[in-house]
Design a binder for this molecule. Structure first.
Ligand code: XLS
Ligand code: NI
Ligand code: NI
Length: 441
């Protein structure tokens, strides 16, 4: 990767962020993330494939329902939308290359403002993706995934692919086609669907079956088009239970896996799991990861953290090393993320108003991931954890337990064995397992 600064330097005085180790007192250095350090058979860079999200970092102003934005982003100063888009991209690539992050992710209209018609928006997208292509070539930064913003514009207030009005569905189709074209043009490795408004507010005015059928039809069409254009990557669904819809159709990993299987989309679609969406669904993040892994659908992560005391998507930067260690126990045992990476779908707090705060936030997130990975790797390679877990199920490894697993027993056989057996109490040893994790903190 090459440091790439545009006509104007947006983060003067900040150079390339380097690994300096945990004893370093330099806040602009990595204490744990050491890109080339091998953990198992992969380097840290290969394990994570970190990505910066374009929307929060370069477009998010920090507004909330109680007050306007607080961040002043100098790259958004130009009045002309195309010039503003190029300035924003200069800032983005400067930031990304200073941090040494290999990937980025965007929504179509993060790159450049939406125009008055689909055709005019497409023209703008073509121009800015020409520019992005140059920037990617200069820097070596790559596109982890692209997506379309099908939730902000008022036309999508009743949904995009699930809108009861066909003209809106068709408009969304036009938008997704352009977003796919942009993603393919930029060599995007995946394409994401997050269905913020694909859900409903009241069942009284909703035909749920029809809407979910339409969603599946729409996704199949997008898949067929992208494949016809040579796209080989994964399509990813990002589950979330609610917000902005009250009931979102892609509620959680289990719901989405069931949906993909039911509509025969499972060969092309996998999951992009977000920490804060898991907690909103009343799951742990590691639960969601495990569900996806068990379906062979664990592809990518939106990294962030919720707040345990409230119930919305706060999108804080990840700092919870313990949670990430548990997550990496799942990811490592699943053989890693399939084709995806770790995208920081996270924003600095409303009162973190200096541009340097973006650096602290990403450095902290990357270090937290590195530490979680190291803990999980130690637990899996140095401790008795894998053996202990396996031992809990040892009664299925041979004899009649094995026959049960192989489907060689009927219920009468099982009952006959039951009559002969005298089950004893076997401790689940939860605290013992928890202590093993803490031992490698
Ligand atoms: C919102 C989602 C969104 C997706 C991309 O909660 O996390 O940011 O990641 O559309
Ligand atoms: Ni997300
Ligand atoms: Ni989110």
């Amino acid at each position: 990767m090459k440091l790439t600064i545009g006509a104007k330097e947006y983060f003067p005085g900040i150079g390339e962020i380097k690994y300096e180790g945990r004893e370093s007192q330099n806040p602009l250095s990595f204490k744990w993330y050491d890109a080339d350090r091998k953990v198992g058979d992969k380097t840290m860079a290969e394990h994570f494939r970190f990505a910066v999200s374009y929307w929060h970092s370069f477009g998010g102003l920090g507004g909330d329902p109680f007050g306007p934005g607080t961040r002043i982003l100098p790259w958004l100063a130009a009045a002309d939308p195309e010039k503003r888009a190029r300035d924003k991209m200069d800032a983005a690539f400067e930031f990304i290359t200073k941090l040494g992050i290999p990937f980025y992710c965007f929504h179509d209209y993060d790159l450049v403002d939406e125009a008055d018609s689909l055709a005019a928006s497409e023209k703008r997208l073509q121009a800015i993706t020409d520019y992005a292509l140059e920037k990617q070539k200069d820097s070596g930064v790559k596109l982890l995934w692209g997506t379309a913003n099908l939730f902000s514009h008022p036309r999508y207030m009743n949904g995009a692919a699930t809108n009861p009005d066909f003209t809106v569905v068709a408009y969304a189709g036009g938008q997704v086609k352009h977003a796919l074209d942009a993603t393919i043009k930029l060599g995007g490795e995946n394409y994401v669907f997050w269905g913020g408004r694909e859900g409903y507010m009241s069942l009284l005015n909703t035909n749920m079956k029809k809407e979910v059928d339409h969603l599946a039809r729409f996704l199949g069409m997008a898949r067929d088009y992208a494949r016809s254009q040579g796209f080989r990557g994964h399509f990813l669904i990002e589950p979330k239970p609610a917000e902005p819809s009250k009931h979102q159709y892609d509620f959680d990993a289990a719901t989405v896996c069931g949906f993909l299987n039911e509509y025969e989309l499972a060969n092309d679609f996998k999951l992009n799991l977000e920490v804060n969406h898991a907690t909103l669904a009343q799951h742990t993040f590691q639960h969601e990861l495990q569900v996806a892994a068990d379906h062979g659908m664990l592809a990518s992560i939106d990294a962030n953290r919720g707040d345990y005391q409230n119930g919305w998507d706060t999108d804080q930067f990840p700092t919870n090393v313990y949670e990430l260690a548990e997550a990496f126990l799942v990811i490592l045992q699943a053989g890693g993320l399939q084709g995806g990476g770790v995208n920081f779908d996270a924003k600095v707090r409303r009162n973190s108003t200096d541009l340097i705060d973006m650096f602290y936030a990403h450095i902290g997130g990357m270090d937290a991931f590195a530490r979680g990975l190291l803990m999980a790797h130690d637990v899996l390679t140095k401790s008795e954890y894998p053996d202990l877990l396996k031992a809990r199920y040892a009664s299925f490894d041979s004899g009649e337990g094995k026959k049960f697993e192989d489907g060689a027993l009927g219920l009468e056989d099982l009952a006959a064995i039951g009559h002969k057996s005298s089950p004893k109490m076997t401790s689940g040893r939860q605290e013992y397992f928890e202590n093993l994790l803490n031992q490698y903190l």
